[in-house]
Design a protein around this ligand. Structure first.
Ligand code: A2P
Length: 344
C-alpha cells in the first residue's frame, strides 16, 4: 500500500525539508526516489529511518521507477524540461517553481484556500505550488476577504535568504562570519546568490526587474494572489531581502469594501485553518521569524485599524518560507490530492 514518490531537487533546501514533511504528514509511501543533478549521484538522503541513494534526474526515470507522485523543487528550467516527462509517465506533478503557475490549465493551489482547484490536475497532470510570499499572504487574506471584501492590498515583504535556496543561506552565514573576522569586503566579492552584500544590509530587489519597474517576485504576488483566490484585488508589492535565515515577514495593508472590525478580524483569522493570531502588544507579543521557523503555522499579529480610514486594516504576517511557503504547502496539496483522487 502506498505511492511511489519522487523528490526532484532532493539535495536542495526545500527538497531536504520535503522528506521531513512527507513523513510528518504520513503520506503513504511505497517507494521513495530522491533525484538531483549528476553532481549529487553518490550522495545519500534519509527518509523515514532509511537511507536512499540520490539518483540522476532523467526524462525516463519516472517511467522506470513507476512514479505516481513527483515533487519538483529544482528551479524553473528543470521543471520546464522534466515535469512533463513525469506527467506523461502517469505521475501527478506538484511543482514548486514559477514555471507553470500562471498557465491557464494548471491549478495553483493553497489547500486551505482553493482545494477545489486540485481537481483540475487531470488537464495536464501538474499542480503548481505558489510563490512563498504569496502563500502566507493569501492564508491571511482569505478569511478577511470572506468577511470584509478586499479591494486592494499594499504589501512590503521582509524575505529570508532561504528563498534563494541553500546558496542564499550559506552566503549570509559566510558573510556573517567574515564580519567578525574583519574580512567582509573580501567575502562579498565571492557572492553568488544576491546582487549586493546581504549581511548587515537589506536589498529591495528579489528576482529580475521588469519593464514596469516592478520585480518578477513582486508581480508573482500580484498575479498569483488573484488566481488562487479567484478574485480581482488590486495588489501592489515591494519585495525586500533581509539578513534572516528562514521565515518571511510581511507588512500587509488591506483596503476593504466594508468597515473593518478588529475583534472580528482576529476571530476569523484565528478560526482559519493553519493560521494563528499572535497579538498581545502589552506583553510585546507579535510574530517574528524566530517564532515561525520550523513550524507549519502562518502567524498574524500587529492587527490594527488605519488611523484615517475605517475600511483599512494593517497586519504583520510571518511564516517559515521553507515549510509553509514551499515544502508543507506541496505536501498539503499531495494529501488533499490523495483524499480527492488517490486510489490507495
Ligand atoms: P544538485 O545538488 O545536484 O545541484 P537549492 O534550491 O537549495 O539551491 O537546491 C536546488 C536543487 O535542485 C538541488 O537539489 C539541485 O541538485 C537541484 N538541481 C539543480 N539543477 C539541477 C538539474 N539540472 N538537474 C537536476 N537537479 C538539479
Amino acid at each position: 500500500m502506498g505511492y511511489n514518490v519522487a523528490v526532484v531537487g532532493a539535495t536542495g533546501a526545500v527538497g531536504e525539508e520535503l522528506f521531513r514533511v512527507i513523513e510528518e504528514y504520513k503520506i503513504p509511501v511505497k517507494k521513495m526516489v530522491p533525484l538531483a543533478s549528476a553532481r549529487s549521484v553518490g550522495k545519500e538522503i534519509e527518509f523515514a529511518g532509511k537511507i536512499y541513494d540520490v539518483k540522476e534526474l532523467t526524462c525516463d526515470v519516472f517511467e522506470e521507477e513507476d512514479i505516481e507522485i513527483a515533487f519538483f523543487s529544482a528551479g524553473g528550467s528543470v521543471s520546464a524540461k522534466f515535469a512533463e516527462c513525469a506527467a506523461k509517465a502517469g505521475a501527478v506533478v506538484i511543482d514548486n517553481t514559477s514555471y507553470f503557475r500562471m498557465k491557464e490549465d494548471v491549478p495553483l493551489v493553497v489547500p486551505e484556500v482553493n482545494p477545489e482547484d486540485i481537481a483540475l490536475w487531470k488537464k495536464t497532470g501538474i499542480i503548481a505550488n505558489p510563490n512563498c510570499s504569496t502563500i502566507q499572504m493569501v492564508l491571511a487574506l482569505k478569511p478577511l476577504h470572506d468577511e470584509f471584501g478586499i479591494k486592494r492590498v499594499d504589501v512590503a515583504t521582509y524575505q529570508a535568504t532561504s528563498g534563494a535556496g541553500k546558496k542564499g543561506m550559506e552566503e549570509l552565514m559566510e558573510q556573517n562570519r567574515a564580519v567578525f573576522n574583519f574580512k567582509l569586503e573580501e567575502e562579498v566579492k565571492n557572492r553568488k546568490a544576491f546582487a549586493h552584500q546581504i549581511a548587515l544590509n537589506v536589498i529591495p530587489h528579489i528576482d529580475s526587474f521588469m519593464d514596469n519597474g516592478y520585480t518578477k517576485e513582486e508581480m508573482k504576488m500580484v498575479n498569483e494572489t488573484n488566481k488562487i483566490m479567484h478574485s480581482n484585488i488590486a495588489v501592489s508589492a515591494t519585495c525586500v531581502r533581509v539578513p534572516v535565515l528562514r521565515s518571511h515577514s510581511e507588512d500587509v495593508c488591506i483596503h476593504c469594501e466594508k468597515e473593518v472590525d478588529v475583534d472580528r478580524a482576529r476571530e476569523v483569522l484565528d478560526a482559519f485553518e493553519d493560521v494563528e493570531v499572535m497579538d498581545d502588544i502589552k506583553h510585546n507579543v507579535y510574530p517574528m521569524p524566530i517564532i515561525s521557523t520550523d513550524t507549519d503555522i502562518t502567524y498574524v499579529g500587529r492587527i490594527r485599524k488605519d488611523l484615517f480610514d475605517d475600511k483599512i486594516l494593517h497586519l504583520w504576517v510571518v511564516a517559515d518560507q521553507v515549510r509553509v511557503g514551499a515544502a508543507t504547502n506541496a505536501v498539503r496539496i499531495a494529501k488533499k490530492w490523495i483524499e480527492m483522487e488517490g486510489d490507495k
